[in-house]
Ligand binder design. Structure first.
Ligand code: NAP
Length: 252
């Protein structure tokens, strides 16, 4: 299958790297120099500067521009499928700018750059398997039933790297405060998150906590402080406000 990318920034590059061995890739952008740089990094693609009123008839489009760039696109014809990575941009909004038989909305995360994105997807069921195949190339995927769910997932998996970065930085600061060097604290937190990811794939968070928390031990002592300072509730509220923000941005 041939895939046509519109936009050639970070997210497009991550996806193209994952897809180029399986799909024919065409990339349409507005900047000749950055397109040529992409072609020199990934030779097995075709590149073109997007024309005004570019004909997208029957193409399978992966839309990789920023949400605010959507109104600046001027495309003609009816695409076969449109896969959008635009954060917060609803299918209803996409329909107003780009004509396509089928639409899918996706939410990758920053780990796409390491091919470890946790990507959520929703939209036309007829594109479900194709969308899963495409976005599995940059990590793992979860198909959701509605745009409401993808807005909630945006708070967890999309914003999640920033939330976890706060936890990682806080733990490192704590170790430095107690006397560890910054470099050692960073090495420890990177190793901690790596090992924790493999634990979480196979078990519930609550079981991991119970497994490490022995009666009257160090973990129980530290854990009670986290609860005292409402870390759990702060995370619940962070997901809620991120969800509300996604709804608000979707209406703009
Ligand atoms: N990066 C992430 O971790 C992440 C995560 C989830 C979702 N997303 C979504 O992914 C999308 C792309 O993000 P990004 O990080 O890849 O942004 P980016 O690096 O800024 O790339 C955007 C690309 O779109 C091109 N573009 C803008 N307007 C255009 C137009 N009118 N015609 C053709 N090309 C145009 C830009 O061209 P120039 O070279 O001229 O700038 C650039 O190549 C966003 O909608 C974002 O919400 C990103």
């Amino acid at each position: 299958m041939k895939l046509t990318f519109i936009g050639n920034g970070n997210m497009a590059k991550a996806l193209i790297q994952g897809l180029v061995s399986e799909y024919e890739i065409e990339v349409l952008g507005r900047n000749k120099a950055t397109l040529e740089q992409l072609k020199s990094d990934i030779p097995n693609i075709t590149i073109s500067v997007l024309n005004i009123n570019e004909d997208i008839s029957n193409k399978n489009i992966i839309l990789c521009v920023k949400p605010y760039s959507l109104p600046s696109l001027s495309l003609n014809g009816k695409a076969n499928s449109l896969y959008s990575v635009l954060a917060g941009t609803t299918i209803e909004t996409l329909k107003k700018s780009i004509d396509s038989k089928y639409y899918v909305r996706t939410m990758p995360n920053l780990a796409a750059s390491n091919m470890k994105s946790m990507t959520t997807i929703t939209g036309d069921e007829s594109l479900k398997q194709n969308a899963i195949d495409i976005f599995n190339s940059i990590g793992t995927t979860l198909w959701l039933k509605s745009e409401k769910e993808i807005d909630i997932a945006t708070g967890l998996a999309g914003s999640g790297p920033a939330f976890l970065a706060l936890i990682a930085e806080g733990l490192e600061d704590g170790a430095v405060n107690a006397g560890l060097t910054r470099n050692d604290a960073r090495t420890l937190s990177a190793g901690l998150f790596d090992g924790f990811a493999s634990l979480l794939k196979n078990d519930k968070a609550s079981n991991i906590k119970d497994g490490v928390m022995s009666p009257g031990g160090t973990t129980a002592a530290g854990y009670s402080i986290l609860e005292k300072h409402n870390v759990r509730y702060a995370m619940i509220e962070a997901i809620e406000v991120a969800y509300q923000k996604a709804i608000l941005l979707g209406k703009k």
